[in-house]
Design a binder for this molecule. Structure first.
Ligand code: MEV
Length: 316
């Protein structure tokens, strides 16, 4: 068997994080330039060895090991169960360019890459919806009851307009646009942030529900702007979405500093992205302002700035 390689991209949420947990729509896009990769080779031990090379960690799955509280082991076991396959003698090495705990979907991308490599190495078939369901199961281990947007955008590797529990809607990008993704260097605290919004929602529903509705309206307008190529409308929508996320208490001083720095340097809009309290923010820039905004973000404390172009899919 020649080595088999499979991969999955990072993602960013453009609009609607947190509100999506309460049934509002959200928009997310894949970041195909940042990837998690899984390489499968025949193993020289009995059982399946999964080597997470970034973490220097090896997970062994054989007839004796039972651990399912580990995301890698859970992925392999769910998949083998679904395929009705015995534990293969394989070594799968995982590598990832996606920073962890930063709101870019590192966990879901690693799970997806691992599952794809395993399916291919077993010469099996699994459709995308089934793979998505397995990745969602594994996401629950990290995030409690996630909305499912992260695994969906990563598994399908297409821009999505996502409403929890509804069939997936792909979104057409009429005009390409450029985003900078800047990392605060502070780990994102998705699980805690989601829990804190839940507490707010339960205790002050009459104040929080209109905020979630406002976010939903922003997302619907953003979709229209993206699908009609009215990119100039996106910046103000991003900034309004950020203000609502601040009110929901999920931003952080570091995220707010980066958002302000991006706007001051000429970004058309900026907001935190993902679970918040740390992790990444995004800024909408023109090709001319990208360099200036990027260096302003670094000066304001960003530990990493990635430029990504959101463009129509081939044949779209
Ligand atoms: C996390 O990437 C997105 C959140 O909306 C949580 C979720 O959708 O499960 C904060």
């Amino acid at each position: 068997m020649i080595p088999i390689e499979a991969s999955a991209p990072a993602k960013v949420i453009l609009f609607g994080e947190h509100a999506v947990v309460y049934g509002q729509p959200a928009i997310a896009v894949p970041v195909s330039s940042l990837r998690a990769t899984a390489t499968a080779r025949p193993g020289d031990h009995t059982g399946l060895r999964i080597v997470a090379s970034n973490l220097n960690q090896t997970t062994v799955i054989d007839s004796l090991s039972q651990s399912i509280d580990d995301a890698l082991a859970l992925t392999a076991r769910l998949l083998l169960q679904r395929l009705d396959a015995p534990i293969p003698n394989l070594e799968i090495t995982l590598r990832s360019q996606i920073p962890v705990a930063s709101g870019l979907g590192s966990g879901a991308a690693i799970t997806t890459a691992l599952a794809r490599a395993l399916v291919e190495a077993l010469d099996a078939k699994l459709d995308t919806a089934e793979l998505n369901a397995i990745v969602y199961e594994v996401e629950k281990l990290h995030h409690g009851t996630p909305s499912g947007i992260d695994n969906t955008v990563i598994v399908y590797e297409q821009p999505v307009y996502f409403i929890r529990g509804n069939p997936i809607e792909h979104i057409h990008i009429a005009e390409p646009f450029t985003l900078l993704i800047a990392d605060t260097g502070k780990p994102g605290l998705t699980r805690i942030a989601v829990g804190d919004v839940r507490t707010l929602y339960e205790s002050q529903r009459e104040r929080i529900q209109p905020m979630l509705d406002d976010i939903g309206n922003i997302v619907r307008r953003a979709r229209q702007s993206i699908e009609t190529g009215s990119i100039e409308q996106l910046g103000p929508l991003m900034s309004r979405n950020h203000a609502l996320l601040q009110e929901l208490t999920v931003s952080s001083p570091e995220l707010d500093v980066l958002v302000q720095a991006a706007l001051k340097a000429g970004a058309a809009g900026a907001k935190m992205s993902g679970g918040g309290r740390g992790g990444n923010m995004i800024a909408l820039v023109s090709p001319e302002s990208a360099e200036t905004v990027s260096s302003a973000l670094r000066s304001a404390g960003a530990v990493r700035v990635i430029e990504t172009r959101v463009a129509p899919l081939p044949n779209d």
